[in-house]
Write a protein that binds this ligand. Structure first.
Ligand code: G3P
Length: 188
């Protein structure tokens, strides 16, 4: 099981890393904007604190733009940075190309098992279902984790399931009980 932090706050990351339980970090443009610092500077600093996968998200909406940004980020940032891509048709196409170029990806904004399957087919290293956001709509986010894990069991799927939009400790426990490979959570 992997524990990731979902934050761009380097002090928080440093503290949790010092506990010996931090396997990686996910960031997004809003989290980095909140820190008020330069995107690449923050990601480099995070990557120096935690040697696990650090997700850096692309902002382009088109396939070519996502590929170009992903390749640029890989060439300018430390080796443990992986590229976070939205689960859109354009994002799936970009994931396929980045995977062919041996660049690890985290396909994010996944709200259904069908999206998770397509991301896995495109070669994603991680796929990120958004539990809390699904709960917010009145549906059951944890049911999606169960559905994805059950589907994964039928095949030799290499893509790791990274449960995201985690809101409380019980979400973490339930994800782990369902066999999710990774959970990314805010520090609190
Ligand atoms: O990892 C996804 C996360 O950043 C969104 O979380 O709590 O705003 O839905 P939340």
């Amino acid at each position: 099981m992997e524990f990731f932090l979902d934050t761009a706050d380097v002090d928080e990351i440093r503290e949790i890393a010092s506990w010996g339980i931090l396997d990686g970090v996910t960031t997004n443009p809003s989290l980095i904007k909140k820190s008020g610092r330069d995107f690449k500077t923050v990601v480099k600093e995070i990557a120096s604190i935690c040697d696990g996968p650090i997700s850096a998200e692309v902002t382009a909406l088109d396939t070519e733009g996502m590929i170009a940004q992903g390749m640029e980020l890989k060439s300018q940032l430390p080796d443990n940075v992986i590229i976070k891509i939205p689960c859109t048709p354009e994002g799936l196409a970009a994931t396929k190309i980045l995977t062919e170029n041996e660049i690890d990806t985290n396909v994010t904004l996944v709200f259904s098992a069908s999206q998770a399957l397509m991301a896995a087919k495109a070669g994603a290293t991680y796929v990120s279902p958004f539990i809390g956001r699904i709960d917010d709509t009145g549906s059951d986010g944890m049911a999606l984790i169960a559905e994805i894990m059950a589907t994964w069991q039928n095949y030799d799927v290499k893509t790791k399931v990274l449960a995201a939009s985690i809101r409380h400790p019980t979400h973490v426990l339930q994800c782990m009980q369902l066999g999710a490979h990774t959970v990314t959570m805010p520090t609190k």
